[in-house]
Design a protein around this ligand. Structure first.
Ligand code: PLP
Length: 359
């Protein structure tokens, strides 16, 4: 059975928009897309020969090739979207029939899986993380109802920072074969010592991996993220995606970051963040106001404070904003601290220490 049998039937028959850029190729006189023949006033931005008055490539070949090399997959196995957020939305729309199908997720986790399910009218089946914030593998393998079409696994998980072992992803993949897609969100994998599961998509047609340039690659403002999955799934999602999703300036920024120099700098920065994460974890644990620091494989720490709301306000008053994640019942008393530059992290520590002294 093809994995496409899991998709909504009406999506399978969608023709998809035939874009003018697609037909154009490299004509000298481009009069087929109702574009302006002039560059825009003000910004005369160009990116790799593509002027801003022209519609961009729906999926830039050069970018696909660079990403295929980076992620170790074929370029037909990549969908580039406006952030991995858009990929989550496209998957939900393509695979979940409103009022019939469901997505499975393991809270506390990233919020977009639930938001996209809600917008689509798909039910949410929650399989909470266990007491030590691990994914409940037996529950995901054996207890999900037939209505589940997408299983979202965030690894490393936002906001707790823990990872799911490769063997567990494979077990869930096997258990869901012919039933559901297993989507592993690796937004923070660059900061982890565990390998990506992208190598597994060759063996599991129902496995997809989300990657993003927003975190380790410092391109959150460019809005570029990917789904890595079998070519059939990628082709299906491209059909239901708006015609020109990738803005030309974003493409230019991504190609600049993905040069040899850009990659070397990014590797250094990742090492710095990981070192700072370890330094911060040790320093935080020495503070009497800190009860617990969850082990993290990401660029943040999830920290339990004796009085989290008060600590949050003290930090805010000192000009330091962190994320209050206490609205998840399992994370009551926790704040999520992103790892910044060494100076920024030290400033956070100083405020916390001052706060202890003044108690
Ligand atoms: C930040 C984040 C994303 C969003 O990535 P974009 O590519 O910027 O849309 C996806 N998943 C998780 C778990 C995140 O924390």
């Amino acid at each position: 059975m093809s994995v496409l049998a899991l998709a909504r039937p009406e999506v399978l028959t969608v023709q998809g928009y035939s874009s003018a850029r697609h037909e154009a190729g490299k004509a000298e006189v481009m009069l087929n897309a109702n574009e302006s023949p002039w560059l825009p006033p003000g910004l005369q931005a160009e990116s790799r020969g593509m002027p801003l008055n022209r519609y961009p490539d729906p999926q830039s070949e050069v970018l696909l090739e660079r990403l295929a090399e980076l992620y170790g997959v074929g370029s037909s196995q990549i969908l580039v979207a406006r952030g991995s957020d858009e990929a989550i939305d496209l998957l939900t729309r393509a695979f979940c029939r409103p009022g019939v199908d469901a997505v499975a997720l393991s809270p506390p986790t990233f919020g977009m899986y639930a938001v996209c399910a809600e917008v689509q009218g798909a039910a949410r089946i929650e399989v909470p993380l266990t007491g030590d914030f691990a994914v409940d593998v037996p529950m995901l393998c054996d207890r999900l109802p037939r209505s589940v079409k997408l299983v979202f696994i965030c690894s490393p998980n936002n906001p707790t920072g823990g990872s799911v072992a490769l063997v567990d992803i494979e077990r869930i993949g096997y258990a869901m074969r012919g039933r559901a897609l297993v989507i592993v969100d690796e937004a923070y994998i660059e900061f982890s010592s565990s390998p990506s599961v992208s190598g597994l998509i060759r063996h599991h047609e129902n496995l997809g991996v989300l990657r993003t340039l927003s975190k380790a690659w410092a391109l959150a403002g460019a809005r570029l993220g990917c789904l890595l999955a079998g070519a059939e799934i990628i082709t299906l999602l491209r059909k239901i995606m708006p015609p020109y999703p990738l803005p030309t300036p974003s493409l230019g920024a991504a190609l600049a970051a993905l040069t040899a120099d850009g990659m070397a700098l990014t590797r250094q920065r990742i090492a710095l963040i990981v070192a700072e994460r370890e330094r911060m974890s040790v320093a935080l644990l020495r503070l009497p106001s800190v009860i617990e620091v969850l082990p993290s494989h990401a660029n943040f720490l999830c920290v339990r404070f004796a009085d989290a709301p008060r600590t949050y306000l003290k930090l805010l008053a000192a000009g330091v904003i962190v994320r209050d994640v206490g609205r998840h019942p399992a994370l009551s008393g926790f704040l999520r601290l992103s790892i910044g530059t060494r100076e920024e992290n030290s400033r956070l520590l100083e405020v916390l220490i001052r706060h202890e002294v003044s108690e």
